[in-house]
Structures are given as structure tokens and as C-alpha cells.
Write a protein of this length. Structure first.
Length: 250
């Protein structure tokens, strides 16, 4: 579903991704862990074309979005192609990013109506089904300001799902939440995993990683240090840097 190879990305002279490889198979849940500043968000943002890479290749569902020329510079497909390819992915951010002036239901149907040109009546059944899935059927007429952080994040998940993506990317979806609200969001994500939705999740929630991930990827300093099954990476890490990182969670 995702094949990113030898991704390099700098901001000015700050080199942030230094040859990252990431593959994600259909229905797989891949959890990316690593210290703050290790390049996790940048990697997700490059995959979703919110940032442009300097060098490397990215293919989504076997469709090439960008690849190197002979000079090792990343050459992107035309913008229209990239848009189409990236529409296969939905993303959920740490800070929800809901539209504050729209109700929960309006938030969910907005993108399908404007981007996919669907009619309100066409999208309503799916929107309501998704609200039920995230446990917020009774909140469709509420505004974001009337919701808890956990509820807002569940709306954000429903909103991303309303575009019917094949892949969901999550960037620290529970990091901005009070501890007592993280569980409801993690549970919602676990349900998606059980529905066999392909997911890439950046998180510090090691319990979630252990229980839900098919693969855990540990990043440090812009490279992938170690990856494998959760039992391997989280329980029997091979690399000293993985051990040092994990020791903070005990
Ligand atoms: P993580 O998500 O693992 O905490 P990030 O990918 O957000 O790490 O950031 C990696 C590094 O890149 C950090 O040093 C950060 O300051 C830097 N960085 C991220 N985005 C930008 C940007 N738009 N401009 C400049 N530097 C950035
Ligand atoms: Mg980040």
C-alpha cells in the first residue's frame, strides 16, 4: 500500500530524513515510535505530500508519486496525479483541526461535498454510519467547542474516513488529550484496525503499539534504527538506541 524508499528531506541545512525506507502492506497497522524531533511527522507529511522530499521514491498502491532522476533528485508526477494518488490517504493530526464554525455533521460531509462533488443526501448515510462507528451519533448537531478533546478527535477520525481512504495516517492522535480521554480514541483506532483498515500510526502509546501493531518502526535521528513485530522491537529490542528509548516508558 505504501512503498517509500531512501527518503531524504532537509529543511534548509537541517537534514531531517536521511534515507528512510518504509513499506506498509494492505490491512497492516504500522506504528512509528521515536523521540521528539526524530522525523516521524516529517515522514508522514512526505508520504501524504504535505512536504516534498529531496530524494527517494514513494509509491502508493503501486502508483509512483515521486522517484529519483539520474542525478538522485526527486521528480514528482504532475500535480493532478499526485492529488489523485494522495486522495487514497486520510490523515488525523494531533490538534484535530476541525472547522470551528461547522457542526460535527457539517465537518464530516464538507470534504466529500467539495472535493468529491457528492450531494449532501448521498453522503449523509455514510456520515451517520461513521458517527455511529466513533460513538458520536448523538453529537451530529454539536459544534467542536461543545465537545471534549476525545470527542473532537473521534470526529476528526470520522471526517477522514468520510473520504473513504484506503490508508489512514495518524500523527500522535492522543498526544494533545488529557490522559483519561486517550482510551476512547485508542479504542476507536483499534476498531478500525479490526475492520482491516491499513493504518500508519505515530504514537507514544506503547500499550496500543503492543496490542494493535503488526509492525513497529523505531526512528531516531532521521533514520529507521529497527523495525519488526511488536514482540521483537518493544520486548526484545536489538539496538541500544531502541533500548534507551524504551527504557523511558517503564
Ligand atoms: P517528530 O515528529 O519525530 O517529533 P518532526 O518530523 O516534527 O519530528 O521534526 C524533525 C525535525 O525537523 C525537528 O528538528 C524539527 O524542528 C524539524 N522541522 C520539522 N518541520 C520543519 C519545518 N517546516 N521547517 C523547519 N524545520 C522543521
Ligand atoms: Mg511529530
Amino acid at each position: 500500500m505504501i512503498n517509500a524508499q531512501q527518503i531524504y528531506k532537509s529543511f534548509g541545512n537541517l537534514s531531517v530524513l536521511k534515507g528512510v525506507n518504509l513499506t506498509v502492506e494492505k490491512s497492516e497497522v504500522v506504528v512509528i515510535i521515536g523521540s521528539s524531533g526524530s522525523g516521524k511527522s516529517t515522514l508522514l507529511r512526505c508520504i501524504n505530500h504535505l512536504e516534498k522530499i529531496d530524494s527517494g521514491s514513494i509509491a502508493i498502491e503501486n502508483e509512483l508519486m515521486v522517484k529519483n532522476n539520474e542525478a538522485n533528485q526527486a521528480i514528482y508526477q504532475p500535480e493532478q496525479e499526485i492529488k489523485r494518488i494522495c486522495s487514497k490517504m486520510g490523515m488525523v493530526f494531533q490538534h484535530f483541526n476541525l472547522f470551528p464554525h461547522m457542526t460535527v455533521l457539517q465537518n464530516i460531509i464538507e470534504a466529500p461535498m467539495t472535493v468529491k462533488k457528492m450531494k449532501r443526501e448521498e453522503i449523509l448515510p455514510l456520515a451517520r454510519e461513521l458517527l455511529q462507528k466513533v460513538g458520536l451519533s448523538n453529537k451530529e448537531d454539536s459544534y467542536p467547542s461543545q465537545l471534549s478533546g476525545g470527542q473532537k478527535q473521534r470526529v476528526a477520525i470520522a471526517r477522514a474516513l468520510a473520504m473513504q481512504p484506503d490508508i489512514m495516517l495518524f500523527d500522535e492522535p492522543t498526544s494533545a488529550l488529557d490522559p483519561e480521554l486517550t482510551g476512547e480514541v485508542l479504542k476507536t483506532m483499534q476498531n478500525l484496525a479490526e475492520d482491516k483498515i491499513t493504518m500508519v500510526v505515530v504514537t507514544h502509546e506503547m500499550g496500543f503499539a503492543r496490542a494493535v501493531a503488526d509492525k513497529v518502526v523505531f526512528m531516531d535521528g532521521g533514520v529507521v534504527i529497527e523495525q519488526g513485530k511488536p514482540e521483537e522491537v518493544l520486548v526484545n529490542p536489538k539496538h541500544p538506541r531502541t533500548c534507551a528509548f524504551l527504557s523511558r516508558f517503564i
